[in-house]
Design a protein around this ligand. Structure first.
Ligand code: BT5
Length: 311
């Protein structure tokens, strides 16, 4: 038994006595009380009444708050079953990679209010002030490493769906950005370890400017707050994790929805890959998530790179 069991019981029943919980989970009343204290430390207001413990307030953010909101929306099978929250960390991806190597179950989630060393692709800086959603999820995909970019596509669809619930219309820019009106709201960083045949883990890092708009000199970021006012980060994170599980489970079924939500397809683009620059019209993405660009010299398939929308 842990604090989550107490939280679930309180969420289900409103009021529940220490005695009842102790009996149900076969622990001492003192053990129950300790778990109640854990919830109180996490910001829940749990009153002690003559009928038992009563949940009267849920904290704004944190691992337990996200779990509470996840349960409220019907729960997930594995994403978010275990969470770890920090007020600040260097990078949630670093922690999640460490946990993945230690063998945590698929769906383990690391959350932070602020990152001091947030990373983008190719070791670029990801500004992560307090008030954003900075989260990393450990996945253990059973598809071949060549299909790994499906994870990035699934994550961007999940972000777009969750953001849509706040009544704005985001679009997806290949390969890993979610935009509002062409400005970057969210970036995704997938880091995986694999051998030739299988992926041991993929850590999906999602950085979403929820209530904080970062200062980024070389780009034009936006935040959700700028469009819809302050959002409830626990609710939004819960929606995001639930959508991530759904999108990830769709496998390559996610490609069509990605295409519909994309603002890259049909555009003139310039893609900088590690070796070259490809310019032309973004025609489609193939079954592995690679971008097919029609150039003056014919069709080119680009698996990774930075994409600029030209027109
Ligand atoms: C990304 O890289 O867009 C991936 C960002 C992933 C961040 C998450 S947060 C949780 C997890 N923990 C981590 O340490 N990372 C992940 P890329 O496509 O390389 O874009 C990086 C570029 O975006 C930077 O060079 C800036 O121009 C711009 N940028 C930096 N911070 C930003 C922000 N908060 N919002 C919008 N743009 C930003």
């Amino acid at each position: 038994m842990d604090a989550n069991n107490v939280l679930n019981a309180l969420a289900d029943k409103g009021v529940v006595s220490g005695e009842e919980l102790a009996e149900r989970f076969e622990v001492s009343r003192n053990a129950v009380w300790k778990h109640v204290e854990t919830l109180r430390d996490a910001g829940f207001i749990v009153e002690s009444t003559s009928d038992g413990y009563r949940l009267s307030s849920v904290p704004k953010y944190g691992g337990f708050a996200v779990k509470y909101r996840l349960r409220e929306r019907g729960g997930t099978k594995y994403i978010g079953n275990e969470t770890e929250y920090h007020d600040f960390v260097e990078s949630t991806n670093d922690i999640a990679v460490e946990r993945a190597r230690e063998g945590v179950e698929e769906g383990y989630v690391v959350l932070a209010d602020e990152q001091t060393g947030g990373r983008g692709r190719r070791e670029r800086v990801w500004e992560s002030p307090s008030g954003g959603i900075w989260t990393s999820v450990v996945l253990r995909p059973d598809f071949a490493p060549r299909d790994a970019s499906l994870v990035t596509l699934a994550a961007s669809v999940a972000v777009a769906r969750a953001v849509e619930e706040t009544d704005v219309e985001p679009t997806i820019k290949w390969p890993n950005d979610v935009l509002i009106d062409g400005e970057k709201l969210c970036g995704i960083l997938v880091e995986m370890e694999a051998d030739a045949e299988s992926i041991s883990h993929a850590v999906v890092g999602i950085g979403l400017n929820a209530n904080a708009k970062p200062r980024v000199p070389d780009a034009s970021p936006t935040s959700l707050a700028e469009h819809v006012g302050k959002v409830d980060r626990a609710v939004l994170t819960a929606n995001l994790l639930a959508e991530l599980e759904d999108a990830y489970e769709s496998g390559d079924g996610i490609l069509d929805e990605w295409r519909e939500r994309s603002s890259t397809l049909g555009r003139e683009v310039r893609v900088e890959t590690p070796n070259e620059t490809v310019e032309g019209v973004a025609e489609s993405i193939d079954a592995t998530g690679a971008l097919v660009v029609s150039t003056d010299e014919g069709e080119r398939v680009v698996t990774a790179g930075d994409c600029v929308h030209l027109r």
